[in-house]
Design a protein around this ligand. Structure first.
Ligand code: ADP
Ligand code: ZN
Length: 733
């Protein structure tokens, strides 16, 4: 509780660091508590803010202290654990607290609206219960409603009464007039799915071990659940959630992609007849608010969500899970650039509950944390079904010419698996028809006018599109320089689909990439056609590698294994290894043995060799050793200052000034690298540059950041650039 006589500290919803001092409002309805929203005068207007603390005196002179205008919430919107985490995160990420708090709340609350009002519901009053319904003889609708309410154990909602009588509102009003009805509002009614329950399988020995260790955790403990795809990680989550439910505790489950939530939701609903809240970016503001409220008032027993669900307030927390913890989409890439996976560690610690990080391809950071003993590693060594690990073969593109991207051995393998009744998955992580459109006569390549990038040919739409800034233009009929005929070079999924259709004219092909799944629900429709085996050839981009379960896929074909083999980012090898293992893991789940074919120009490449012959764990060991020697994370901590402007010199004069300030303040051992141009220097018509800070420890980096950020914010030229600071960047561009 905060002292109303003292000075209140308010985080204001504005892009400014620090908290502001205010005097308490003249009158309040209840006690002042951290986490309540307030309205305050700010500049010449008013702003929303959050009470975060109080103190005896302000540094400001008395006459400059302004007063809180009003308190919006009777109870704090943010529980203390969440508030503490966000205050910490604001400092760690050097992001204004008001913006951090705003990012953590549904839009409706950020805009000052009230917490969700639950649905109305009705029940019989004591009088209504003991009354003799015979006097309703002449009012059949009232009679039916009365009988229905008497029959239900829980209060009835509008939907319940609608079924009883279409005239229910009038009948209900008449009963209420007799004093027979009590009305209320549910805190936030979440439906419990009406779905056939599943029968839990008998756990494997590895699963038993994992479940026992997690369930034995006393308070906070962090687990890495390291299990190959199909080894039953989700089943382990379900068992731990069951224990949490039995103890009347909530579980928070993070998944990287919105596409994964429907599948997972159904699996959870089959197991648990309890209210489950979903939190993801596809919700309307109202739905999001309801899910937030249901988490907060405890009516949701399980909360499943993507990145921002890490901010769900929990009334009775028991367990936090982050599935596919290696997935880069846990990192927010604009505005406040937090990592939901990293915040999950803080959150679970604040809540005093166990955290489970699951993956078939854990991030190197997490593996290192397990090595050092900070996390407990739990291994699920083999798949649950009879399938075993898929057999992998390389197809050497120097020996087998590809036509339209497909070699004879790959085509033969596809035919073989289709003939045997299997499904095949063909992976190419490049959408569009072709990545390059060029003129063979003069060498002209069609490029984006606003980016340092080539235009991608989208033949079906008749457009050239830039995948970086989104600009599009019609495909020219001929070379703009020499009027020669243009040629599409390379493969995208659109072209590959056509090639597959030509090779397998009797097969339906399901292509899944961002172009074919723009419409709401489209991805689910396509996946369903695959699950029902209406389509036997499934193809597409990265979207396919994300946790979807295709029990009848027996062959995975990787069309271009060399994509990303020579990437410039220090994480490219890790990313490549992860997507390779993840897509290969789609082959041969359940009872069907699998095969993976990959086409490559570099069959001797050490990365491919290690992955194929020794597996991800060995790859990770080698990659970690390289990181250690090169001084990259997890053996270093990074912060990246990005800047962009319409003119190149503005970017560099700002970054040079920032670099000079960093060198001036830097503790020994902290490297200031750059400034340098971004790997793609011009994007959407703006020039981009960056400065990298590389420290040997978090503490060292955190020592520099607050003062340095403040100094950067007051560089004279900062007004002419757009800049942002990214602590623990996942991409160096
Ligand atoms: P993961 O999450 O590691 O990919 P899942 O939990 O989805 O693995 O399990 C893969 C498949 O194996 C699912 O169809 C699941 O129902 C099944 N499964 C999981 N555990 C067992 C078990 N102990 N016995 C039999 N089948 C299991
Ligand atoms: Zn562009």
């Amino acid at each position: 509780m905060l002292e109303a006589q003292s000075i209140l500290e308010v985080a204001v919803a504005a892009p400014v660091m620090g908290v502001f001092d205010y005097r308490a409002p003249h009158t309040t309805d209840g006690p002042l508590q951290p986490g309540q929203r307030v309205r305050v005068p700010f500049g010449r207007g008013t702003r929303l803010g959050w009470l975060v603390g109080s103190k005896a005196a302000s540094d400001l002179p008395e006459h400059r202290l302004r007063r809180v205008l009003s308190v919006l919430d009777a109870e704090p919107l943010l529980p203390p654990d969440l508030l503490r985490m966000l205050v910490w995160a604001s400092r760690y990420y050097q992001q204004p607290l008001g913006e951090v708090l705003g990012a953590a709340l549904p839009k409706a609350l950020r805009e000052g609206r009230d917490i969700a009002q639950g649905e109305m519901h009705w029940a019989l009053s004591a009088e209504g219960r003991s009354a003799d319904p015979d006097i309703l003889r002449r009012a059949p609708a009232q009679l039916r409603i009365h009988a229905a309410l008497r029959a239900c154990a829980a209060p009835a909602t509008a939907a319940d009464l609608e079924v009883v009588s279409s005239n229910w509102r009038r009948a209900l009003a008449a009963l209420a007039a007799r004093g027979w009805i009590t009305a209320g509002r549910a805190t936030a009614v979440l439906p419990i799915a009406d779905i056939a329950p599943d029968r839990p399988p008998v756990l494997t020995a590895d699963q038993v071990q994992a479940v026992a260790q997690i369930n034995a955790a006393q308070g906070f403990q962090c687990f890495l659940l390291d299990g190959v795809t199909g080894s039953g990680k989700t089943e382990v989550y379900l068992r731990c959630i069951a224990q949490a439910l039995a103890a009347n505790r909530q579980s928070l489950v993070l998944v990287p992609e919105i596409g994964l939530t429907p599948q997972l939701l159904e699996r959870f609903q089959r197991r648990f007849p309890v209210p489950i809240a979903l939190l993801h970016s596809g919700l309307s503001d109202g739905e999001r608010l309801r899910a937030f409220t249901a988490a907060s008032d405890g009516s949701a027993a399980i909360i499943i969500g993507t990145r921002s669900a890490i901010f769900a307030p929990l009334l009775r927390p028991g367990l936090v899970i982050a599935d596919e913890e290696h997935d880069p989409s846990y990192k927010q890439q604009e505005g406040w650039r937090y990592s939901a996976r990293d915040l999950a560690v803080w959150r679970a610690r604040e809540l005093g509950v166990p955290l489970v990080l699951g993956s078939a391809t854990p991030s190197l950071e997490t593996i290192e944390n397990a090595h050092s003993g900070r996390y407990t590693r739990l291994v699920l060594a083999s798949r649950t079904g009879a399938a075993g690990q898929p057999r992998v073969s390389l197809i050497d593109l120097r020996q087998h010419a590809a036509r339209e991207g497909l070699t004879q051995p790959l085509l033969a393998a596809i035919r073989r698996h289709l003939d045997a009744g299997g499904q095949v998955l063909i992976y190419l992580n490049r959408r569009g028809y072709a990545p390059v459109l060029m003129c063979p006569a003069c060498g002209h390549v069609l490029e984006c006018k606003r980016c340092d990038a080539r235009m991608v040919l989208h033949q079906q739409r008749g457009q050239l599109a830039c995948h970086h800034c989104g600009s599009e233009r019609p495909v020219p009929a001929a070379c703009p320089d020499c009027a020669g005929e243009l040629k599409a070079v390379g493969q995208g999924t659109e072209r590959l689909e056509r090639a597959l259709a030509a090779a397998f004219p009797d097969q339906q092909i399901e292509r899944i990439d961002r172009d074919t799944t723009r419409r709401r629900g489209e991805i689910e429709r396509r996946l369903n056609r695959v699950r029902k085996e209406e389509a036997r050839i499934l193809m597409g981009t990265q979207m396919l590698t994300k946790g979807h379960d295709f029990p009848r896929v027996t062959l995975v074909g990787i069309v271009d294994a060399d994509q990303g083999l020579f990437g410039s980012d220090f994480r490219s090898a890790e990313r490549l290894a992860q997507s390779f293992i993840q897509v290969a893991g789609r082959a041969g789940r359940a009872e069907h043995p699998g095969e993976v074919c990959l086409q490559t120009l570099f069959p001797e490449h050490p990365l491919l060799r290690v992955l194929i012959s020794e597996g991800y764990a060995q790859f990770a060991t080698l990659a970690l050793e390289e990181r250690r020697q090169a001084g990259w994370p997890p053996f270093a901590c990074l912060a990246l200052l990005r800047a962009e402007a319409s003119q190149r010199p503005q970017v560099f004069s700002f970054l040079q000034a920032a670099a000079a300030l960093a060198r001036e303040h830097a503790p020994a051992g902290l490297n200031v690298l750059g400034p340098a141009a971004a790997p793609m220097e011009r994007r959407a018509g703006r020039y981009r540059g960056q400065l990298l800070l590389q420290a040997t420890s978090r503490r060292e980096l955190q020592q520099l950041l607050p003062a340095w950020r403040a100094a950067v914010a007051s560089i004279e030229s900062q007004r002419r650039v757009r800049w942002s600071l990214d602590v623990d960047p996942v991409d160096l561009f």
